[in-house]
Design a protein around this ligand. Structure first.
Ligand code: AKG
Ligand code: FE2
Length: 327
C-alpha cells in the first residue's frame, strides 16, 4: 500500500506472519483441516474430556430446566426449534416497533436520512445498495432499494446509548444469554439485533456458514413462517467440522473477512437431513452459524423476523482475532 507521500505504509508484523499461513491453508485444505481440528480439540471446552455434558451457566439454576431440555440437542444438531419461547407482550412490542419503522417513507428523503451507496456481496455478486441512516434515531435501513438482495429489507440500530426499549430488552435478555453461554461454556454477548422483512425476491441465499469462528443466532419469527414465505433450512450436524468442509472454511482464511460460502460440490458430502425452520410468531430458532444453512426464496407475502446475533468470547475466537482473521 502507498501513502500519499509515497512511503510504504507499515504492515503489521502479524500480517507478515499470518498471510503466508492463510495462503497455505487456501492452497492445501488438508493442512487447514489439521489446524482447525487441533484448534477445536484444544480450545473448545465442549470437546474437552469430561466437559461434554457441562450445563453450568452464569445465572446459576434460574433457567436450568429449559437449558437441560435444549442444549444437548443443540450441541448435537447445531439447530433447535423452540415453540412459544417469547411471550405475547414481547411480540406485541416487537411488532409495534417494526411496523412503526416500516411505515411509508421516502428512500430518497435527504432531510431524514444520511444516504450512502455501498457494495454488498450477495451470492458472489456485488450489488450497489443504498444504506439509509435516520439522523435522529440512528436506525440503519438496507435492502429497500433492491430486490436483487433477495428481497431482504433490514433495520439495524447502532445508537447504543438510546436503544429502543424492545432492543434494549434483547441485549440484556438473561434467559437467552444463559442458554447461549451454556452452549459454549464461554461468556457471550449480543453483537447485533436485526429486524428483517423478507419479501418476494429473485433468488434464494446460497448454502453458507456465516463465519469460521464461534457465533450464534436466534431467529424470532414475528409472522407465521411457512414453506412459501422463505423459511431458513439448516443441515443438522454440519456445525461440527469435518473434512468435507475444509475447502470451504479454508477459503475464508483471509484478512479481508469474506463471507464463506459452501463449495457447492461438497453439499453431497454433508449429512442428508434438513431442518426446515418453519414456525409461529414467538417461537425461537436457535442456530450455531458454523453449520451450513440457506435462506429460501420468499414466494408470497413476506416473512418478518428478528435475528439476534451473539459474539462468543472463546479462546478460539481470540486466536483467530490475533491472527488477523476478520471472519
Ligand atoms: O434469512 C434466512 O432464512 C437465512 C438467514 C441467515 O443466513 C442468517 O441469519 O445467517
Ligand atoms: Fe447465515
Amino acid at each position: 500500500m502507498q501513502t500519499s507521500n509515497g512511503k510504504k505504509a507499515q504492515k503489521p508484523i502479524r500480517d507478515l506472519i499470518f498471510l503466508p499461513v492463510f495462503s497455505l491453508f487456501r492452497r492445501n485444505p488438508g493442512i487447514f483441516a489439521l489446524f482447525y481440528k487441533g484448534v477445536n480439540r484444544t480450545l473448545d471446552k465442549r470437546l474437552l474430556p469430561g466437559k461434554e455434558a457441562d450445563m453450568k451457566n452464569a445465572f446459576g439454576g434460574e433457567f436450568d430446566d429449559e437449558i437441560r431440555h435444549i442444549v444437548p440437542t443443540l450441541r448435537k444438531q447445531g439447530v433447535f426449534l423452540a415453540k412459544n419461547y417469547f411471550p405475547n407482550d414481547f411480540l406485541g412490542q416487537a411488532r409495534e416497533y417494526f411496523e412503526n419503522e416500516l411505515r411509508d417513507f421516502d428512500i430518497n428523503d435527504t432531510g431524514r436520512f444520511d444516504i450512502e451507496v455501498k457494495d454488498e456481496i450477495h451470492s458472489a455478486q456485488t450489488i450497489k445498495t443504498k444504506v439509509l441512516t435516520d439522523r435522529k434515531t440512528k436506525s440503519v435501513f438496507t435492502g429497500f432499494d433492491s430486490y436483487e438482495l433477495h428481497g431482504r429489507r433490514r433495520i439495524r440500530h447502532y445508537d447504543y446509548a438510546h436503544l429502543p426499549p424492545i432492543i434494549e430488552q434483547i441485549y440484556s435478555h438473561k434467559k437467552l444469554i444463559a442458554l447461549v453461554s451454556t452452549y459454549y461454556q464461554y461468556p457471550v454477548y449480543v453483537k447485533e439485533v436485526v429486524f428483517e422483512r423478507l419479501t418476494p425476491g429473485l433468488s434464494h441465499e446460497p448454502w453458507h456458514f456465516d463465519r469460521t469462528r464461534d457465533q450464534f443466532k436466534v431467529m424470532i419469527p414475528l409472522t407465521t413462517v411457512g414453506l412459501d414465505n422463505g423459511p431458513m433450512t439448516y443441515i443438522p450436524g454440519s456445525h461440527q467440522f469435518t473434512n468435507a468442509l475444509a475447502e470451504s472454511y479454508s477459503g475464508s482464511f483471509t484478512v479481508n473477512g469474506e463471507q464463506p460460502y459452501l463449495v457447492s460440490k461438497r453439499l453431497a458430502d454433508l449429512p442428508r437431513d434438513r431442518v426446515v425452520c418453519t414456525g409461529q410468531p414467538g417461537d425461537a430458532i436457535f442456530f450455531d452459524t458454523l453449520g451450513v444453512h440457506t435462506g429460501s426464496r420468499c414466494q408470497v407475502n413476506h416473512r418478518d423476523v428478528i435475528v439476534v446475533c451473539f459474539e462468543v468470547r472463546s479462546p478460539k475466537n481470540r486466536l483467530f482475532t490475533l491472527m488477523g482473521l476478520k471472519n
